[in-house]
Design a protein around this ligand. Structure first.
Ligand SMILES: Nc1ncnc2c1ncn2[C@@H]1O[C@H](COP(=O)(O)OP(=O)(O)OP(=O)(O)O)[C@@H](O)[C@H]1O
Ligand SMILES: [Mg+2]
Length: 1061
C-alpha cells in the first residue's frame, strides 16, 4: 500500500519538477535554490527581474518567499486561486503567499504546534497587503461554523479600523503602517479560526502634530471630514474641509488621488458595528479625534509679561465639550505648568513655545493612548472565551528598515526593531542551522554571514547601550525640556555656544554617546569621523552602521520624544475627563504613582524582547517583501534599490545556507513516531533504538543517499520534495489507518452495545424464567393440592357431604351434568342415557324423566291434527294386529288414507239411500257369497253409524255398528275380513270381504264402530255364519299364489303368499 502511495508521489513530484523546468526556461526559476550560480547576486537579481517582468512576483528560496511589490492589481488572489493552493504540497504549484500560509496551517494542524509568518521589508514593499491576503486566505479556506463567522468577520474587519487610526500617507507609501503589528490567529483542534489577539508596537505619535512635506496625518482625520455626515460634523464642531485644520495640512497634500477617504470611512463605520463598538464608544472616539483637530487650531499669543494666552476661545470650548473637561481648568492647564516645590504646588505660566509644546503633547498623548485603547477593544471582541487549548499562527507586519532624509527617534526605533528581527532570523536560521549541523556531526562547510548582534548590543546593552544612555539623561534632566524651536535656532546658527553648558539637551546626549560608545565600530559622529565622512555628518547627527546600511540620525528631539512628557496638570485634566475612553486611558492612579514612567525607548525595547520571545517559541515562515522602485510604478525594476534590499534582507546568505543545507530535520523519535506506519518493520511498534527504526523506515521508503543524512539525534532531509513525498504517502496511509481505527472503534462500540444488550437480554430472560418458574411452582403446588383434594374426595365420595368430599362431589356432578348436556337424547325414540355416577343416580333418573317428558311434549306439540288421527288409527291398528298378522310390520310405514274413493265415485242413488249420512270411508272390496263363495266387486262404505256393502246403485247389506258382533281376519297376509253380524232375520249372515288395505279398512271400521276389542285375528281357520243358523269354515294357508276358492270339503280356502319382510 505504502509503496503505491510512494510511487504516486514520486510521479507527481517528477511531473512538478518537469513543470518547474519549463517554467524556468520561460521566466527564470521559481525557487532560487535551482539557480545555477547561487552565489552570484547578479544572477539572483536577473532571475527576480525576469519573473517580475512577467508579473511573477513570488519566488522561493526553499521555503522562504520573496515577494516583489507589483504596484498593480494581479489576478492571483481570487477564491479559485485560494482553493487551488488549499491542502496542496508546497512545491506542486507556483510560489505564492497562499502556499506559505497553507503550509504553516497544515503543519500546525498535523503537528499541533504554533507558527508565525514574519513579513518584512521596507516601507511600501507590501507587508501589510501580504498579511491581509494571508488573513483572507485563512478566512476563506479554513473550516468554519456559523458561530465562527463573526470571529472571521471581526478578524478581517479589525484591519480597516487599525489602518484608519494607524496608517498614513508617507512619501514612500500611501498607506504606510505607522505602528508595528503582531496578530495571533487562534485555531481550534479542527483547524477553525476561533479568535485572535493583536499586539501593537510604537505608534508614530509625532505624526499627529507634524507631517513632512508630501505626507499626511493618520487617515482617520481625513476620513471623518470626508465621510462623516453633516450632523456628526456639526456635533463635533468640525467643517468638511481639511484645509481648516493646522494638524492636517503641514504636508500640503490633504487630498490624495489614490485614497478614497469617503469609501474608507464607510468601511470603518461598518467595522465598528461588527467589532462590538457601542454608540457611546463611537461618540467618545470621534470626540477625541475631533478634539485633536481643535487642539491643533489653538493659537497662543504673548501677553505683556511674556506669558502665553489663548485669545480665541472657540477651539477650547469645543474641546471642553467633546472631552468632558472643565473649560477654565483646561485653559489654565494649557498655559501653565504646575511645579511642586517641597510640599507646595505652584502654578508657573508657560511661554508661547512651551504652551505649543504642551498643546502638542496633549494631542499626541490622547491620540496615542486612544490607539492602544482601540487595540484592546478589538482584542476584547476577538478574544476566544473557551479555555480549550488552541494553536496559533502569528502574522508579524512590522515597519521595515527606514532611511529618510532626516532620521529621527522614530527611525532609530524602527531600525532597531529591524536589527532585532534580523537577529531572530540569524538565530533561527543561519546560526542555529549551522550550529546544529556541527552538533549533529553533519559534514558541513560553514557559510559566512554577518551577525548583527554587535549592533543590537550597541543599541540595547544595559548601562552601555544607546537606549540606556538616553534613559539616564532623561532621568537626570527630568523637568528640563529643550524646546525643538530653540534647538533648531542654535543649529541654524551653527553656534555651539548658544547651548549653555550643563543643560541637558540632545547635544549633551550626543556627547554622552561619544563618550560611552564612541569607540564602537558601528557608531560615528562628526567628531569621531574621518575627514572624508565628516562632511556628510552634521553636528547634531550620529550615524549607525546598521546591518542593512548606514543611517544618520539627527539627535534633535531624541530626549523629548523618549521622555514623552505630558505636564502633570494636563494629565490631571484628562484623568478627570467625562469621555469614557480617556477615563480608561488616563487613570487617576497614574497621578499618585510618583515613580517615573518608563521612557519610550525602554518600553519599546521591552516589548521587542517579549515579541522575540513569543516568536522564538513558534515555528517560523518568512515572507521577504521587496519594493521595486521609489515611484510606486508598476513594472519598474530599480536594480540599485533592489540590490540594496536583497543585501539587507540577507537573501543571498539565506540562499547559500539553503543550497548547502537541509530543508528538514527531525529528532529520530519524532520522525519515527510520525512515519512509522509507512514501513511494516516499524509499524505498529519499533522496539529497538529510534535511529535504527528510522534507517529501516527510509530504506523501505527508498530514500537515495544524497537525499538525507543521519545525525547524532536527528535525521536531515535535503530536499523538500523528499519530505513531501513521504508526507503524501503518510497522508494516504493515514486514511487507511483511520478507516482501520474507525472500523476497530466501531467494532468496539458494536461489541460493547451487543454485550450490553446481551447482558440485558440475559437478565430479562433470567427474570422471566424466574417468573415462569415461580408460576410453575405455584401451579404445581396448586395442582398437588387439587390432586390431593381430588383423591381425598374420591376416597370419601360415598360419605355424606362433608368438607373432604364436597368439592369432589360437586366436580363429579358438574362434570356429569356438563357431559350429559352434550349427550341428551334428541328424540323420543332415542332411549340412550348417559350412565350416571352412583352419587347422581337419583338425579339422573329424574332428569331422564324430565327429558323424556320434554321430548314427548315437544313431539306432541309438533304433531298435526291429521297426523294425530293417523297415529290414533295406527295405535288402534297396533293394538289389534301387532304380532298377530303377517304384513303388519310392513304396513306400519304406509299411512292410512282418509278414504280410497271419494263421494263422487259413489253412485248418487246410493248417496240418496244413505239419506245424507256422512260418509267416513269408502273402499272397493271383493265380496264372497256365503254359499258358493263367488267373488263379487262391491264398495264398502263406512258412515258414522253403519257400514254398507254397495253394488253399483244398490245397498246390498247394511250393518249397524251397534249390532256388529265382531270382526275377524286371518293371521296371514291375505286381505280377508269377516264382519260378524247378529243372528236375526234381517241379517243375511256374516259378510266375507277381501280388501286390498286390510289393516286400514279393519282399523277404520272398528274405530267407527268403537269395537276394537271385537276384532279377532284367527289362526289357521275361522268360523262364520251363513245365515239361518248355518255356519261355514274358512281355512287359511300359505301357497305359491294367492287364491280364494271353495275346497272340495266345502270350506272356503284362502291361500296367501308369504308376506315380504
Ligand atoms: N500584492 C500586491 N498587489 C498589488 N499591489 C500591492 C501588493 N502589495 C503591495 N501593493 C501596493 O503597495 C502599496 C504598499 O503596500 P503596503 O502598504 O503593504 O506596504 P508596507 O510594506 O506595509 O509598507 P509600510 O511599512 O509603510 O506599512 C499598497 O498600498 C498597494 O498599492
Ligand atoms: Mg504596512
Amino acid at each position: 500500500m505504502e509503496e503505491v502511495g510512494k510511487e504516486e508521489v514520486e510521479d507527481n513530484t517528477d511531473a512538478n519538477m518537469e513543470g518547474a523546468l519549463i517554467a524556468r526556461d520561460r521566466v527564470g526559476v521559481q525557487d532560487f535554490v535551482l539557480l545555477d550560480s547561487h552565489t552570484s547576486e547578479a544572477a539572483f537579481l536577473s532571475n527576480l527581474r525576469k519573473r517580475y517582468q512577467e508579473n511573477l512576483i513570488y519566488t522561493y528560496i526553499g521555503t522562504l518567499l520573496v515577494s516583489v511589490n507589483p504596484y498593480k492589481e494581479l489576478d492571483i488572489y481570487t477564491v479559485t486561486q485560494m482553493q487551488l493552493y488549499r491542502g496542496v504540497n508546497f512545491f506542486e504549484l507556483p510560489p505564492h503567499l497562499y502556499a506559505i500560509a497553507d503550509n504553516a496551517y497544515r503543519v500546525m494542524c498535523n503537528e499541533y504546534n504554533n507558527h508565525f509568518i514574519l513579513i518584512s521589508g521596507e516601507s511600501g514593499a507590501g507587508k501589510t497587503e501580504a498579511s491581509k491576503k494571508i488573513l483572507q486566505y485563512y478566512a476563506v479556506t479554513c473550516p468554519t461554523t456559523e458561530q465562527l463567522q463573526i470571529v472571521r468577520d471581526r478578524l478581517l474587519l479589525s484591519n480597516p479600523v487599525l489602518e484608519a487610526f494607524g496608517n498614513a500617507k508617507t512619501l514612500r507609501n500611501d498607506n504606510s503602517s505607522r505602528f508595528g503589528k503582531y496578530m495571533d490567529i487562534q485555531f481550534d483542534f479542527k483547524g477553525a479560526p476561533v479568535g485572535g489577539h493583536i499586539l501593537s508596537y510604537l505608534i508614530e505619535k509625532s505624526r499627529v502634530v507634524h507631517q513632512n512635506h508630501g505626507e499626511r496625518n493618520f487617515h482617520i482625520f481625513y476620513q471623518l471630514l470626508e465621510g462623516g455626515d453633516k450632523d456628526l460634523l456639526c456635533w463635533l464642531g468640525l467643517e468638511r474641509n481639511p484645509q481648516k485644520y493646522a494638524y492636517l495640512i503641514q504636508g500640503r497634500c490633504a487630498k490624495v488621488f489614490s485614497i478614497n477617504d469617503k469609501n474608507d470611512w464607510k468601511i470603518v463605520r461598518k467595522a465598528f458595528s461588527i467589532i462590538d463598538f457601542t454608540e457611546k464608544d463611537i461618540e467618545h472616539l470621534f470626540g477625541i479625534v475631533a478634539s485633536v483637530l481643535h487642539l491643533g487650531n489653538i493659537q497662543f499669543e504673548e501677553d505683556s509679561n511674556g506669558h502665553a494666552i489663548i485669545r480665541d476661545g472657540t477651539q477650547i470650548k469645543w474641546i471642553s465639550k467633546l472631552l468632558g473637561v472643565h473649560l477654565s481648568i483646561l485653559q489654565e492647564a494649557l498655559t501653565n505648568r504646575k511645579i511642586e516645590a517641597r510640599s507646595e504646588e505652584v502654578l508657573s505660566p508657560l511661554n508661547v513655545d512651551l504652551a505649543f509644546y504642551a498643546r502638542d503633547a496633549v494631542a499626541k498623548a490622547i491620540y496615542g493612548r486612544t490607539f492602544t485603547w482601540l487595540v484592546n477593544k478589538i482584542n476584547g471582541s476577538l478574544a476566544n472565551k473557551d479555555s480549550t487549548q488552541k494553536t496559533v499562527i502569528g502574522l508579524l507586519d512590522i515597519y521595515g528598515f527606514e532611511v529618510l532624509d532626516t532620521n529621527s527617534f522614530e527611525q532609530f526605533c524602527i531600525n532597531y526593531c529591524n536589527e532585532k528581527l534580523q537577529q531572530l532570523l540569524i538565530e533561527m536560521t543561519l546560526k542555529a542551522e549551522q550550529e546544529e549541523y556541527e552538533l549533529e556531526g553533519i559534514e558541513w562547510e560553514p557559510i559566512p554571514y554577518f551577525n548583527n548582534k554587535i549592533i543590537c548590543d550597541l543599541v540595547e546593552q544595559k548601562h552601555k547601550g544607546i537606549i540606556s544612555i538616553l534613559v539616564v539623561l532623561n532621568i537626570s534632566e527630568e523637568g528640563v525640556v529643550c524646546s525643538e524651536q530653540s534647538l533648531t535656532r542654535c543649529l541654524l546658527l551653527q553656534d555651539e555656544e548658544c547651548l549653555r553648558p550643563g543643560e541637558a539637551t540632545d547635544l549633551s546626549f550626543l556627547e554622552k554617546l561619544e563618550e560611552k560608545v564612541g569607540d564602537h565600530a558601528h557608531f560615528v559622529t562628526r567628531k569621531l569621523a574621518d575627514q572624508k565622512t565628516r562632511k556628510s555628518i552634521d553636528w547634531v547627527d550620529f550615524r549607525l552602521l546598521h546591518y542593512a546600511g548606514e543611517v544618520t540620525y539627527c539627535a534633535v528631539g531624541f530626549l523629548e520624544k523618549n521622555n514623552d512628557l505630558l505636564y502633570r496638570n494636563l494629565k490631571e485634566v484628562l484623568c478627570n475627563s467625562k469621555n469614557g475612553i480617556l477615563r480608561d486611558c488616563f487613570l487617576l492612579s497614574e497621578l499618585d504613582n510618583r515613580r517615573r514612567p518608563e521612557t519610550v525607548a525602554t518600553q519599546f525595547k521591552n516589548s521587542l524582547t517579549s515579541l522575540i520571545e513569543i516568536l522564538m517559541s513558534k515555528e517560523p515562515s518568512y515572507v521577504r517583501c521587496i519594493k521595486p522602485n521609489d515611484n510606486k510604478e508598476p513594472g519598474k525594476f530599480d536594480d540599485f534599490l533592489i540590490r540594496h534590499q536583497v543585501k539587507y534582507l540577507g537573501l543571498m546568505e539565506h540562499l547559500r545556507v539553503r543550497r548547502a543545507g537541509f530543508a528538514y530535520r527531525r529528532k529520530y523519535e519524532l520522525f519515527l513516531q510520525r512515519y512509522k506506519s509507512l514501513c511494516p518493520a516499524t509499524w505498529p511498534h519499533w522496539h529497538g533504538p529510534a535511529v535504527e527504526g528510522v534507517e529501516r523506515l527510509i530504506k523501505h521508503l527508498g530514500y537515495k543517499p544524497e537525499e538525507y543524512k543521519l545525525g547524532r539525534t536527528k535525521i536531515f532531509i535535503r530536499f523538500p520534495k523528499t519530505l513531501f513525498a513521504t508526507e503524501d504517502a503518510f497522508e494516504i496511509r493515514k486514511h487507511l489507518l483511520i478507516s482501520r481505527l474507525q472500523a476497530k472503534y466501531k467494532g468496539c462500540l458494536g461489541k460493547r452495545e451487543y454485550m450490553k444488550k446481551r447482558e440485558a437480554a440475559i437478565k430479562l430472560e433470567a427474570c422471566w424464567r424466574g417468573v415462569l418458574a415461580r408460576k410453575e411452582a405455584k401451579r404445581r403446588t396448586w395442582g398437588a393440592q387439587i390432586i390431593r383434594k381430588f383423591i381425598n374426595g374420591f376416597i370419601n365420595r360415598k360419605k355424606p357431604l362433608c368438607p373432604e368430599n364436597i368439592e369432589f362431589v360437586r366436580l363429579v356432578q358438574y362434570k356429569y351434568l356438563m357431559k350429559l348436556r352434550d349427550h341428551i337424547p334428541k328424540n323420543v325414540l332415542d332411549k340412550s342415557w348417559l350412565q350416571p355416577p352412583s352419587i347422581l343416580e337419583e338425579a339422573s333418573e329424574m332428569l331422564q324423566k324430565i327429558c323424556i317428558r320434554n321430548l314427548v311434549r315437544k313431539y306432541c306439540r309438533g304433531v298435526t291434527a291429521e297426523r294425530k288421527v293417523q297415529l290414533e288409527q295406527k295405535v288402534v291398528a297396533s293394538a289389534v294386529f301387532r304380532g298377530k298378522k303377517e304384513g303388519y310390520v310392513q304396513s306400519i310405514n304406509q299411512p292410512f288414507a282418509d278414504t280410497r274413493l271419494k263421494e263422487n265415485d259413489i253412485n248418487p242413488k246410493v248417496l240418496q239411500l244413505l239419506h245424507g249420512e256422512k260418509i267416513k270411508y269408502v273402499t272397493p272390496v271383493i265380496k264372497y257369497d256365503r254359499n258358493g263363495f263367488k267373488a263379487r266387486d262391491r264398495l264398502l262404505v263406512l258412515t258414522q253409524s253403519s257400514a254398507y256393502v254397495v253394488e253399483m246403485a244398490k245397498i246390498k247389506q247394511k250393518i249397524d255398528y251397534a249390532t256388529l258382533k265382531g270382526i275377524s281376519t286371518s293371521n296371514l297376509s291375505d286381505g280377508i275380513v269377516v264382519i260378524h253380524v247378529p243372528e236375526d232375520n234381517k241379517q243375511k249372515g256374516d259378510v266375507i270381504l277381501q280388501c286390498e288395505h286390510v289393516f286400514e279398512t279393519v282399523t277404520k271400521l272398528c274405530m267407527l264402530a268403537n269395537k276394537q276389542n271385537l276384532v279377532k285375528v284367527a289362526q289357521g281357520s275361522l268360523q262364520f255364519r251363513i245365515g239361518s243358523g248355518k255356519e261355514g269354515t274358512m281355512v287359511f294357508s300359505v301357497g305359491q299364489e294367492s287364491q280364494v276358492f271353495k275346497a272340495k270339503t266345502g270350506q272356503l280356502t284362502v291361500v296367501s303368499t308369504q308376506a315380504k319382510s
